[in-house]
Design a protein around this ligand. Structure first.
Ligand code: LMR
Length: 439
């Protein structure tokens, strides 16, 4: 059990920490937040004792001469600051990466945060700071999450803050994983959902615009994620629109699994799968360009009726089928797909392959309407950026369905005109517009 206590003298496994290295904020605490420990006055000496093995504890950094900037609230053991250059094991590590996660007390995050902290996502030499955004209602749970992160003793996890204020949480972040959104409740119109969640993503876009790294990469998971991503990017004009993604990687993974199952091969043989369009029941899993063992899917799976009808429907409604079984939305597989989405941007895409992501359509080579967020095939050099894939075949079947998903996204956009600086909202959503989980 990791214990941290602030007290007077202490013995083995304890280390005197210079007060300037304690990252408590004593001047900028949000009224709703509670501290794991009472804040120290910056002139007070403090001893921190914790159960980290001596070889995991690094030497304290030299005393700072300048006043540190106000820091948002750190959590427990993560309030200690160590000099990573002071130890052999850590001195070759990369610069700390700041990752914000909204909806941090929810189920998806509960799977995701431990993957981020373990090094599985960004690599074994990449120290991570996790900045967790919750709501007033979820704050106790958020503290519970932070406690579990403490108790996991992840060597790479160097900082954790918890807050309900996006301006604190997004400060200098390199990645923002926006998971928190209101689920559609009984009797709630889709237009209402778009508006309620749109307000959240407009506010978060503004906060990112004000305080995040200018090159922050944003992955929107909260539904309806394509339009939420559009709202977010429109409210963050100082961040490149290209940096915003809506998560459709889960749909891609689902499509790969169904194709593998039908072809009787393991799913690692399935490549080049694009999900086109909206993360909704109009999404288009593309079997025309997809490959199994390097061959076009239609050459391997001869049952084309199955591809057009069963396969497509199954992928479009997989989220709903899962809700029926679980009684709640997918969480573990969603978190895996967020990890996949990040890894696809920070590692070079394998030769000849691509991945799907909902991205801003301006300048797209497929003739899809501009100024929406639409899932399309992407490749990355591994630098966090991506290019759209050019060599794509289209047929009437594919085009017809892409057009339907495009029309749906244009209708969603008209519904949120008031949130993206495009005048008064006008909602004429098609009848069959649904999230995958609403079937
Ligand atoms: C999913 O695809 O599993 C979710 O987006 C379903 C939903 O509507 O919550």
């Amino acid at each position: 059990m990791a214990v941290a206590e602030l007290s007077t003298p202490s013995f083995t496994n304890t280390r005197l920490v210079h007060p300037s290295k304690l990252s408590f904020s004593t001047t900028h605490l949000h009224s709703h937040r509670r501290l794991a420990f009472p804040p120290l006055s910056r002139t007070q000496n403090a001893r921190i004792s914790c159960s980290l093995a001596p070889n995991q504890v690094q030497a304290p950094a030299p005393a700072q001469t300048e006043e540190p900037k106000n820091k948002p609230e750190c959590y427990g053991v993560f309030c200690l600051t160590y000099d990573l250059k002071a130890e052999e094991e850590t001195k070759s590590w990369k610069k700390l990466i700041n990752v914000a996660v909204s909806g941090a007390a929810g189920m998806i995050s509960n799977h995701l945060l431990f993957k981020l902290a373990s090094g599985e996502v960004f690599g074994a030499d990449q120290p991570v700071a996790l900045k967790l955004l919750g709501s007033e209602r979820s704050f106790e749970a958020l503290e519970g999450v932070a406690m579990e992160l403490e108790d996991s003793l992840f060597p790479l996890l160097r900082e954790v803050i918890i807050s309900i204020d996006p301006y604190e949480v997004f400060q200098d972040v390199d990645w923002a994983l926006l998971i928190g959104a209101k689920p559609r409740g009984p009797g709630m119109e889709r237009a209402d959902l778009l508006d309620i969640n749109g307000q959240i993503f407009a506010a978060q876009g503004k906060a990112l615009n004000a305080v995040a790294s200018r090159n922050v990469k944003v992955i929107v998971v909260g539904n309806p994620c394509n339009t939420n991503a559009l709202i977010c990017l429109k409210n963050a004009p100082n961040i490149p629109a290209k940096n915003f993604h809506a998560l459709t990687r889960l749909d891609e993974n689902r499509a790969k699994c169904q194709l593998a199952l039908k072809a009787g091969v393991f799913y690692d043989k399935v490549s080049n799968v694009t999900i086109w369009g909206n993360h909704s029941t109009t999404q288009v899993p593309d079997f025309l360009n997809a490959r199994i063992d390097g061959l076009p899917v239609k050459e391997v799976i001869k049952d084309h009726k199955w591809l057009e009808e069963e396969f497509t429907h199954k992928v479009q409604t997989r989220g709903g089928a899962l809700i029926k079984k679980w009684g709640r939305s997918s969480a573990a597989s969603t978190s895996v797909s967020i990890v996949d989405a990040i890894k696809s941007l920070v590692n070079p895409t394998p030769e000849g392959d691509w991945f799907s992501s909902g991205v801003y359509t301006n300048g797209n080579p497929y003739g899809i309407a501009e100024d929406i967020v639409f899932s399309m095939p992407c490749r990355s050099k591994g630098d966090g950026d991506y290019e759209l894939v050019k060599d794509i075949k289209f047929d009437d079947y594919l085009l017809k369905r892409i057009t339907k998903s495009e029309a749906e996204l244009l209708a969603e956009k008209r519904c949120v005109g008031h949130l993206i600086g495009q005048g008064i909202a006008f909602c004429d959503l098609p009848e069959d517009t649904m999230l995958p989980g609403e079937m």
